[in-house]
Design a protein around this ligand. Structure first.
Ligand code: KIV
Length: 270
């Protein structure tokens, strides 16, 4: 944030103002207290306490086995020391199958996990659940494009919305989530042109991960951008540690690159 210190809490209103003013939102996943302090000192605006913790911390092959207890434990570790960044916590797979279940679990993520907002995956099909939560004072972030909770095979981790019909469906998903009251939208692994089109079509901040440079903000999995996730990385991942040599410097470089628009570059986009 250009006009705040790392102890000024970022709110949804501030994120909306950043969108209006064209200031890019720097977001990273975060799962524990030590990284919370490092990321906040570097001026990260927003955290996603994501169910990717199942893969990068807990050693699962996918996000599917992550439990509500896992999410509450890690979200609370972040909230205990967090003073600045806006905290979005994932509802894990299977925790929002009905409106009542979604509300009960979202309340746990807010009240015990200290989240400011919850995130769930899916587009128009989730609109009723989003509306149910928002009308009960639970802010919701949508997640469209690639939906890791629905991927069962490695080959399904691929770019979404490449043809006109698929792109139109994702745009319709974005509109349906906004109309249902979602306050933020994560867009994963879609062509840069579609990321630009959706960002222009909605009035809520869009946060891209492999969605091109024209989203209102960017997010990466923390361990991916520090180069410590083993295996083949998607093309949108940039290792910020290899050029900087320390974790605080890598995170500060990421924040700068998001803010000045140099990340993502063309080579990170579809
Ligand atoms: O689970 C997660 O960490 C996420 C981000 C990668 C967007 O959803």
């Amino acid at each position: 944030m250009s006009d705040s210190t790392e102890t000024t809490p970022v709110t949804l209103e501030i994120l909306q103002a950043m969108r209006r003013q064209g200031e890019k939102i720097a977001c990273l996943t975060c799962y524990d207290a030590s990284f919370t302090r490092v990321l906040e000192s570097a001026g990260v605006d927003m955290f996603i306490i994501g169910d990717t913790l199942g893969m990068v911390l807990l050693g699962y092959a996918s996000t599917a086995p992550v439990s509500m207890d896992d999410m509450i434990y890690h979200a609370a570790s972040v909230a205990r020391v967090g003073r600045h960044s806006y905290r979005v916590v994932d509802l894990p797979k299977g925790s929002y199958a009905s409106p009542g279940q979604a509300l009960a679990n979202a309340e746990l993520l807010v009240n015990q996990g200290g989240g400011h907002m919850v995130k769930l995956e899916g587009g128009a099909a989730q609109a009723a659940i989003v509306e149910y939560l928002v009308t009960r004072d639970i802010p919701v972030c949508g997640h469209i494009g690639l939906l890791p909770q629905s991927v069962s095979k490695a080959e399904d981790y691929r770019v979404q919305g490449r043809d006109a019909a698929a792109a139109a469906a994702i745009l319709a998903d974005a509109r349906a989530l906004q109309d249902a009251g979602a306050g933020l939208l994560v867009m994963e692994c879609i062509p840069a042109g579609l990321g630009r089109e959706i960002t222009a079509a909605v009035s809520i901040p869009t946060i891209g991960i492999g969605a091109g440079p024209d989203c209102d903000g960017q997010v990466l999995v923390l361990y991916d951008m520090l180069g410590i996730t083993m295996g083949r990385m998607p093309r949108f991942v940039r290792d910020f540690l290899q050029d900087t040599g320390s974790i605080p410097a890598a995170v500060a470089a990421y924040v700068r690159a998001v803010k000045d628009g140099s990340y993502p570059a063309a080579r990170h986009c579809y």
